[in-house]
Design a protein around this ligand. Structure first.
Ligand SMILES: CC(C)(COP(=O)(O)OP(=O)(O)OC[C@H]1O[C@@H](n2cnc3c(N)ncnc32)[C@H](O)[C@@H]1OP(=O)(O)O)[C@@H](O)C(=O)NCCC(=O)NCCS
Length: 177
């Protein structure tokens, strides 16, 4: 699996697909974010085994500092669903989340993906900004609609708004490193 390098504030940051040995750090980063739904630690290990091709980790000097998890929707194979993305606080604002998204998009585009979806809760300005910037980069449209209302959740959970971004014209454009 190929990897991408970028330089952030003196650190060498590498982006590549995760392996199961990254699952525990991904769980810790999700936990520390205090924004993401924290799934079981088992989920992250299993995800690394089964969906590594549509997921990525960022390593700064060898340590995992960010991750993105995604999957291609089985019934909508032109669409990559981004499930979770997080970067450790000390490494934010340096383009790492953008690089993670571009990495999974580059790989997914080779399998015919031209749309990205994610869900965001209304108060998450960083995430809204991140995906808005991604759409602007590609000159793509953002369609917003409610996917799950809070009443559908069995626990205290905000409504999840669906952001559908595309089409992304990979055929004519190079995904940046
Ligand atoms: C959202 C998150 C992953 C962004 O990571 P990051 O590496 O700092 O993001 P980037 O540096 O690539 O930023 C890309 C763009 O996102 C937007 N963005 C990032 N942080 C933002 C913030 N706090 N407020 C508003 N917009 C923000 C900006 O448009 C930014 O582009 P710019 O720097 O040119 O203005 C990070 O803040 C995080 O881990 N948050 C907690 C977990 C979370 O909420 N995940 C999303 C759940 S859907």
């Amino acid at each position: 699996m190929s990897s991408k390098n970028l330089h952030c504030a003196g650190s060498e940051v590498t982006i590549d697909a995760p392996s199961t040995s990254d699952g525990s750090e991904m769980w810790r980063i999700a936990c520390d974010s205090r924004k993401l739904d924290l799934n079981s630690s088992y989920t992250y290990l299993l995800w690394c085994r089964d969906f590594a091709g549509t997921s990525a980790v960022a390593r700064a000097d060898g340590d995992v500092v960010g991750f993105v998890t995604g999957y291609v929707r089985p019934q909508v194979p032109d669409t990559l669903m981004i499930w979770q993305i997080a970067v450790q606080t000390a490494h934010r604002g340096r383009g790492i989340a953008t690089a993670l998204l571009h990495d999974v998009l580059r790989r997914a585009s080779e399998a015919g993906v031209t749309y990205v979806e994610t869900t965001i809760t209304s108060e998450n300005e960083a995430s809204i900004g991140l995906f808005g910037a991604l759409a602007a980069h590609w000159g793509a449209t953002v369609e917003r609609s409610e996917l799950f209302h809070s009443a559908q959740f069995p626990d205290e959970h905000d409504s999840e708004e669906l952001f559908r971004i595309g089409p992304l014209s990979f055929v004519h454009t190079q995904v940046p490193a």
